[in-house]
Design a protein around this ligand. Sequence first.
Ligand code: GLN
Length: 224
Amino acid sequence: MKSAVVLLPGLNRDRDMIAALTKISGTAPVTVWQTDTEIPDVDLIAIPGGFSFGDYLRCGAIAARMPVMRAVAEKAAKGVQVVGVCNGFQILVEAGLLPGALMRNASLKFVCREVKLEIANANTAFTRNYAAGQIIRCPVAHHDGNYFADPETLARIEGEGQVVVRYAEGTNPNGSINDIAGIINDKGNVLGLMPHPENLIEAAHGGDDGRALFESALGLPKAA
Ligand SMILES: NC(=O)CC[C@H](N)C(=O)O
């Protein structure tokens, strides 16, 4: 199972993502730089979290216009799986690969804590190793995670099962509409989520609730 990790100046979760994918797939991902115009043949492209271009203009707005994102869009159009975590989610939204917007947290504060997530749709390539309705632990760390979509878009993504993970049990850390923590595109191959599953994949992290997301995406069987 081959994967690629997109590198942009200001990202700071790239090493976490590379470590998680290496551990789970048994192979180190290739890395692609912001100016790369081609991405090698891989099963999964991951856009990690952080502060690309210092969050100037809007989080992810500048990164979304880098040449590498054109290459990501081309791969996504061909059906390659793409996951964006936190800043990666913001970049995918800014690039127009996912609908809606990520606004400043309702508290206007940076939130760094663990939340609970409900698997709202277990029938996706990224969540098939979870059970529908399963509650998992996951860390968050962001100041612009407040997901918003206009009523028409919201009705469509809710109706089509494109809301994949929600903040559970009153743990919504940012005011996201409908407690939305992560969404998938209509084709089902581009996922964006604010929480960081790559930071909860082994005992040393204090748990491995995030692991099944990458195992699902990499086509690996459900852990026993
Ligand atoms: N951890 C992250 O990726 C943070 C994303 C973005 N810089 C924010 O604070 O909202």
